[in-house]
Design a protein around this ligand. Structure first.
Ligand code: PMP
Length: 348
């Protein structure tokens, strides 16, 4: 048994996956009497490609990795759930995760009855390398890292991440949902070097397709095969496959550049308010901002029709709001609302 197989849940290692009608015949011409579909063309009367071949080829060209190293999920949330189902025996195995970080790692763990051991980030939200290693035991299958991290916004040093991937005996899930906004780039190419690395990305952020639900996982081909075996056969619907394929032909570099410029602008404006204590450096499309009274400012912004995320009850984030960077005009309105809060004009 190789290193990856040894990490897989025994029942998944032995799984005989569902084989779809379309696994047996893959041509597009013919008389399809194999899948009990309706013959009447509604636009959606045929099942979609369960392997999303065309979309994966397109993403392969964009991301510079072979299609066999790409998994597509119903958002990255599906991939997060699947790694628990593939690798962790409920009630037995555990996962380690940085804290604070994206909330779905813990929710997916709870759903799968897997213990999560959270390790607080170090000073200035740095990667707590030694504490992460110390939190592991013989039953630790997964390590969740997120870079740039949500909600802190910072990206970790790629060399530090790589050293951790190299040393960690289990699977490292590196969530790069916000990597398109970071000058530190992506480690996805490293999946060809480290079979224990899964890199998550999504079309929900920089690509502007949150409503379509398309998440990407990059990993060793064996890991991709395991995730594909466990997923629902037709997890990416026909419309998502078609619309994502169309959207991927339109570059989003202009939007990314504008978000990054606006992030700089808002970050530069915020410290002039007396109630702003700290604007944390961000490599993402949001800013974590510590203020005197997060609940009061949150309520003020809400009353002005501006919805931000109140993170004041999240570990290490007391007093913090997480503010997504919007259109320039939306950021103008945010700053205007902050002006009125400072003056004590309204809603106080
Ligand atoms: N990872 C991180 C770090 C996120 O912040 C989010 C959403 N906020 C996701 C994953 C979920 O992405 P998706 O829309 O692809 O499910």
């Amino acid at each position: 048994m190789n290193r990856i197989e040894a990490l897989v849940r025994p029942n998944i290692r032995a799984l005989c996956p569902y084989s779809t009608a379309r696994d047996e015949y893959q041509g597009s011409l013919g008389i399809f009497l194999d899948a009990n579909e309706s013959p009447y063309p509604t636009g959606w009367n045929r099942y979609p490609d369960p392997h999303q071949k065309a979309l994966k080829e397109q993403l392969s060209a964009i991301k510079g990795l072979p299609a066999e190293n790409i998994f597509l999920g119903n958002g990255s949330d599906e991939a997060i759930d699947l790694v628990f189902r593939v690798f962790c025996t409920p009630g037995v195995d555990n996962a380690v995760a940085i804290s604070p970080s994206y909330g779905m790692y813990a929710v997916a763990a709870d759903i799968n009855d897997v213990q999560v051991r959270t390790v607080p980030l170090g000073p200035d939200f740095s990667l707590p390398v030694e504490a992460l290693k110390a939190a592991c035991d013989a039953y630790t299958k997964l390590l969740f890292l997120c870079s740039p991290n949500n909600p802190t916004g910072n990206a970790f040093d790629p060399a530090e991440l790589e050293a951790l991937i190299r040393d960690f005996p289990g699977i490292v899930v590196l969530d790069e949902a916000y990597a398109d906004f970071s000058a530190k780039g992506s480690l996805r190419a490293k999946v060809l070097q480290y079979p224990n690395l899964i890199v998550l990305q999504t079309l929900s952020k920089a690509w502007g397709l949150a409503g379509l639900r398309l998440g990407l996982a990059f990993a060793d081909a064996r890991v991709i095969r395991l995730m594909s075996m466990v997923k629902y056969p037709y997890n990416i619907n026909q419309s998502t496959q078609e619309l994502a394929s169309r959207a991927l032909q339109e570059p989003v570099d202009g939007h990314i550049a504008e978000i990054i410029a606006q992030r700089g602008r808002v970050a530069a404006e915020l410290p002039r308010y007396g109630f702003v204590r700290r604007v944390f450096p961000s490599d993402a499309n949001f800013l974590l901002v510590q203020v005197d009274d997060a609940d009061a400012l949150y309520a003020h912004l809400l009353a002005d029709g501006i919805i931000v995320r109140n993170r004041t009850r999240v570990p290490l984030c007391a007093g913090c709001l997480r503010i997504t960077i919007g259109l320039p005009s939306e950021n103008d309105q945010l700053l205007q609302s902050l002006d009125s809060y400072e003056k004590g004009d309204i809603h106080r």
